[in-house]
Design a binder for this molecule. Structure first.
Ligand SMILES: [Fe+2]
Ligand SMILES: [Fe+2]
Length: 288
């Protein structure tokens, strides 16, 4: 079996990953159904946000473990990736506080995230990197979809919309970093082994990601008094029907399993450019 000793990255050579140090919504009072008055949309995003502070710290740790010996370009991208993710965590901590201030109990949902991450301790770091690779593909796919179609955030207040949009831009910008780190870390593996491990991890991550976000969203809906078949049907309609983010992600998700997959096979930097001028003042010097 041929080993790919020199994996070449498909990350655009002229891509710069720019951390933008912005703070959003401090001191702002957030309504319970902040997303257009829709309990399903609002609580799905609340459930997502609850995973971010711990989840993104996990991404940072797993990428960090493999930065030694990385080529200089990748090493710079890893530094910028870490700066971006640390600021995302900070802003989602603040957002989650506003969710709690609106009256939701979120501690037990944060504990679910902590418990599932605790299971990753002590196992081979390369498996954690594979989980990060899969979840970073998720964040990039969702970011693409949310920037592509403004209807996802219709009815959100300006500051909250900006926060999610800022996060989405940076997720697209650094979408190749975990993948390139993975290619670097597994450069002595056969292509077949690399494909097998990343594909199995993607399937496991997919099952867990949706099962847990589904449960967390139903939990938050129950706190609004929306329960039983009504809650499940409403959430299913939101996720699979209209706007139907799960349905819309399927082609990009399937691409992950194709030979030659790389996140930058699809160059969607135009979506970043569409909004980036809003953050000019927040741009930090490139970490590379
Ligand atoms: Fe992030
Ligand atoms: Fe990310």
């Amino acid at each position: 079996m041929a080993h790919a000793k020199t994996a070449t990255s498909k990350t655009p050579t002229d891509l710069t990953i720019t951390p933008r140090d912005r703070r959003f919504g401090r001191g702002q009072v957030q309504g319970r159904w902040w997303l257009g008055g829709d309990p399903y949309a609002s609580n799905f995003h609340n459930a997502l946000s609850i995973t971010f502070p711990r989840g993104e710290a996990f991404f940072v740790d797993s990428v960090k473990s493999f930065r030694d010996g990385a080529p200089p370009k990748l090493a710079g991208e890893i530094r910028a990736f870490i700066m971006q993710e640390v600021m995302h965590s900070r802003e989602h901590v603040s957002f989650n506080r506003r969710v709690a201030d609106a009256g939701y109990k979120v501690d037990h949902l944060e504990q679910v995230v902590a418990d599932s991450l605790a299971l990753t301790k002590g196992r081979p770091e390369i498996l954690n990197l594979a989980v990060t690779l899969a979840l970073e593909h998720y964040t990039a796919m969702m970011a693409h979809e949310m920037l592509r179609d403004p209807r996802y955030f219709e009815g959100a207040d300006a500051e909250t919309l900006e926060m999610w949009r800022w996060h989405a831009i940076e997720e697209i910008e650094h979408k190749g970093v975990a993948f390139d780190t993975w290619m670097h870390a597994t450069k002595d593996w056969s292509r077949a082994k690399r494909w097998r491990v990343k594909s199995i991890m993607m399937l496991i991550v997919t099952k867990n990601f949706w099962a847990k976000r589904w449960d967390a969203t139903l939990d938050l809906l129950a706190q609004d008094g929306i329960t039983g078949a009504k809650a499940k049907l409403g959430l299913a309609r939101y996720l699979f029907g209209s706007p139907g983010i799960v349905r819309k992600l399927v082609p990009a998700w399937a691409a992950f399993f194709m030979p030659g997959f790389h996140p930058w096979n699809h160059d969607d930097r135009a979506l970043i450019g569409k909004y980036d001028s809003d953050y000019v003042d927040a741009r930090m010097p490139a970490a590379a």
